[in-house]
Design a protein around this ligand. Structure first.
Ligand SMILES: [Zn+2]
Length: 226
């Protein structure tokens, strides 16, 4: 079977209009589970060094002029070591990426997710935490220790801190950080699920909201259960 890329090339040779080419770009996943599978297989390509889709051709970019049809939203951290499209080996047009320190659900990120659900019909929302997250580490400090940070940094840390208030007293620093990041992912996911638009899309089966953890060293993403 011809790939979308080959179809686009063929159609362009025959002088198709941009609108005709745009129609070729179907959403790549039709259900939340298909969307999870696409991200998992993409991540496998990434961590095993088999990346395939990072660069797209001129024609494939042209096919995206008229519309975008991303299949998933990923709410990830702004951390430079966690580039979302690279980690999932996806190209332009595939992921509606939202990046903010600590991957927090706050009005701007929730608004972006509402837009992607309502207007772009995405099938999946992923909250992606990561190994060694500086925002989460800073949120483990006491309010007094955090008080020297600039106003908007404190806003972010205060959005994370409630997730960590009951963290178990784990001695091993790396294990404690992993636990803290996962607690924050779960909290932000729960915060998203409280939103009316997101809750409705979950209830009608359009989307799932899932948490995930990215390990910088191995490049692997673990999707979290429950
Ligand atoms: Zn981070």
């Amino acid at each position: 079977m011809a790939t979308t890329e080959e179809l686009i090339n063929e159609l362009t040779k025959r002088g198709a209009t941009m609108a005709q080419v745009a129609l070729l770009k179907d959403p790549t996943a039709k259900t939340p589970d298909e969307a999870i599978e696409l991200l998992q297989t993409g991540n496998s390509r990434f961590f095993s060094g088999q990346q395939s889709r990072v660069l797209s051709s001129v024609n494939s970019r042209r096919s995206q002029i008229m519309a975008q049809t991303p299949f998933a939203v990923v709410l990830g951290c702004a951390d430079s070591r966690v580039p979302i499209e690279l980690v999932f080996d996806q190209g332009p047009g595939d992921i509606f990426s939202i990046r903010v320190a600590g991957n927090v659900a706050e009005p701007a990120t929730v608004g972006s997710i509402q837009y992607a659900i309502k207007h772009l019909k995405v099938k999946l929302v992923v909250v992606l935490g990561h190994e060694g997250c500086g925002a989460v580490a800073a949120s483990l400090l006491t309010p007094e220790e955090r008080s020297g940070e600039p106003l908007h940094v404190r806003f972010l840390l205060d959005a994370i801190a409630p997730a960590l208030k009951d963290i178990a007293p784990i001695q091993d620093r790396k294990a404690k950080m992993r636990e803290a990041v996962i607690l924050n992912v779960k909290q932000q996911r729960e915060n998203l699920e409280q939103d009316e638009v997101i809750a409705e899309a979950i209830a009608n089966g359009q989307i799932k909201v899932v948490g995930a953890f990215y390990e910088i060293g191995s490049g692997a993403v673990d999707f979290l259960e429950g």
